[in-house]
Design a protein around this ligand. Structure first.
Ligand code: AMP
Length: 494
């Protein structure tokens, strides 16, 4: 980290606690020393399952200073899951919350356990407080050195650790700071979790790369966000942030006047949300697309059309192409739907200790197979149609869920929907719609089916339309279609 002006504000967290770049650098130096005292050397891993705090960010930077790889873990992971990650990542040190220290010590790990709490408590802070804050011997390794292992939020099978290099993090941070026009005058409103690519590498690294500052909120709370917006110039969020803000009466042109940029990603932003937000505030949300394995790949432009429902063109230095999912043949015709593949300095070097998975998802010419299906239009804008594994194949026909969802979402009385494939004796999979309707709406299965008959080919029509109060989502706001498929797997068995 380059500390240009040590007194410059880096982050303001809950209760108005300020941390300057200089203070932060000192804290990270002390933490690096504490880790080094616990045997952490270049090439080691340091795992962290800790709450969001300035100290947790300092821990990440301390690892970079030592040349160790940071392994952030979702705070929602259970002990059994923590056990898996510690075995897999094989870290020298694992930092956990003080309240989980005892449980964590029951795991058969060779990692040394340290603790970090939210209010500067925990053994790591005690060690850091006793350490000299003189800079540690800076790691001068090259861009290919491992900087982080980021476990995919994989919903099936074992979670894989994407190996992100220092070059991956640096190139993406510099690119995003540039294309989103970050400067030292910016204040980013940060309410995302920091164990994920979005909150840690997109948000924090972009701030560090531009010398700007952050309002660092422990979590998303619509009241807090509306109160803080007048003090911010940029906000980054997942689509649920925006749908929740739209339900808040305080969201308007006045409260968003000082903001120059709203960014959305990690899950699809519904075009209606984009339009509604724009009507309420005058801001066109900028949607971008990326993933744990590649950091950010595409972004709608800062200047130019931000197209609702599109994630924009490839970022500078990143190549994006569409390939036939079966044969891998590259599709050059605009608007052909296929597998999205990406190549560039942002793409991870593979999966930790899984050479066969690495070989299966990285092509010999350097392209990474994202697992997302999409198309690139004639202007070069990428449109995602869904995860490959969410594609429904019914009677031999491919049905892209997003096409059916868009029709259902446009019906009066519908808030949102998820279309999934459920095992069906005749068709292989039956197209099935799970719908959330407005509380004042009486729209039912027959109404939905009848409306869609006018709009969609017969094979795309949902065989069943089911109503739920809300769709299951993970912490990043992604709809968990795997859970829906599990819930309804016997639907057509009767
Ligand atoms: P993760 O590794 O948890 O960040 O998940 C990455 C996945 O999230 C991608 O492969 C996409 O399926 C999805 N994703 C990320 N950003 C977007 C977006 N703007 N629109 C649609 N899907 C997205």
């Amino acid at each position: 980290m380059l500390v240009r002006e040590p007194q410059r504000l880096f982050m303001r967290s809950g209760g108005g606690r300020d941390c300057s770049y200089g203070d932060f650098d000192q804290l990270a130096n002390c933490m690096a020393r504490a880790l080094a005292d616990h045997g952490v050397v270049t090439g080691d891993r340091v795992a962290a399952q800790v709450d969001k705090s300035p100290e947790a960010i300092a821990l990440y930077i301390a690892c970079l200073k030592l040349g160790a790889a940071f392994v952030p873990l979702n705070t929602a992971y259970t002990l059994a899951e923590l056990d898996y990650f510690l075995r897999d990542a094989d870290p020298r040190v694992a930092v956990v919350r003080p309240q989980t220290r005892q449980q964590a010590s029951s795991i058969g790990t060779s990692a040394q356990l340290l603790t970090l709490g939210t209010a500067s408590d925990g053994s790591l802070m005690e060690l850091a407080a006793r350490c000299s804050d003189a800079p540690v011997a800076r790691f001068e390794g090259n861009a290919n050195a491992l900087a982080a292992l980021l476990y995919t939020s994989g919903t099936t099978g074992r979670s894989k650790g994407a190996m992100l290099t220092r070059g991956n993090l640096a190139s993406n941070a510099v690119t995003l700071a540039s294309v989103w026009r970050f400067s030292e005058h910016d204040v980013l409103l940060h309410a995302l979790p920091i164990f994920h690519v979005h909150g840690l590498f997109v948000a924090v690294n972009t701030v560090l790369a531009s010398g700007s500052s952050m309002l660092f909120l422990s979590r998303f709370d619509a009241d807090d966000i509306v109160a803080q917006l007048p003090h911010a110039s940029v906000m980054m969020g997942v689509p649920t942030f925006y749908t929740r803000l739209l339900q808040h009466p305080g969201l308007n042109r006045e409260t968003t006047r000082s903001v120059r940029l709203f960014v959305s990603g990690s899950a699809p932003l519904l075009p209606e949300t984009h339009r509604e937000f724009s009507q309420r505030t005058g801001h066109a949300i900028l949607e971008r697309y990326g993933m744990s394995e590649t950091l950010m790949n595409t972004s709608n432009p800062y200047e130019g059309d931000r197209i609702p429902g599109s994630v924009g063109p490839a970022l500078p230095g990143v190549d994006v192409r569409i390939a036939d999912p079966e044969s891998g043949a590259v599709q050059t015709q605009p608007d052909t739907i296929g597998m999205i593949e990406v190549r560039g300095p942002n793409v991870c070097s593979g999966y930790w200790r899984m050479p066969e998975k690495t070989a299966a998802e990285l092509r010999s010419d350097g392209y990474f197979i994202t697992g997302d299906l999409g198309r690139i239009d004639a202007r070069g804008y990428v449109h995602i149609v869904g995860r490959g594994k969410d594609l429904v194949i019914t009677g031999g026909y491919n049905v892209y869920p997003i096409e059916v969802e868009a029709e259902i979402d446009a019906l009066p009385g519908v808030i949102e929907s998820a279309v999934i494939g459920v095992p069906h004796a005749d068709f292989g999979e039956g197209v099935t719609a799970v719908v959330v309707r407005r509380t004042d709406s009486t729209i039912d299965e027959t109404d939905v089916r009848r409306a869609l008959e006018q709009r969609l080919a017969n094979f795309k029509l949902p065989k069943r339309v089911l109503f739920v109060d809300e769709l299951p989502r993970n912490t990043m706001g992604k709809v968990q279609k795997n859970l829906l498929r599990e819930t309804y797997r016997d639907l057509y068995r009767a």
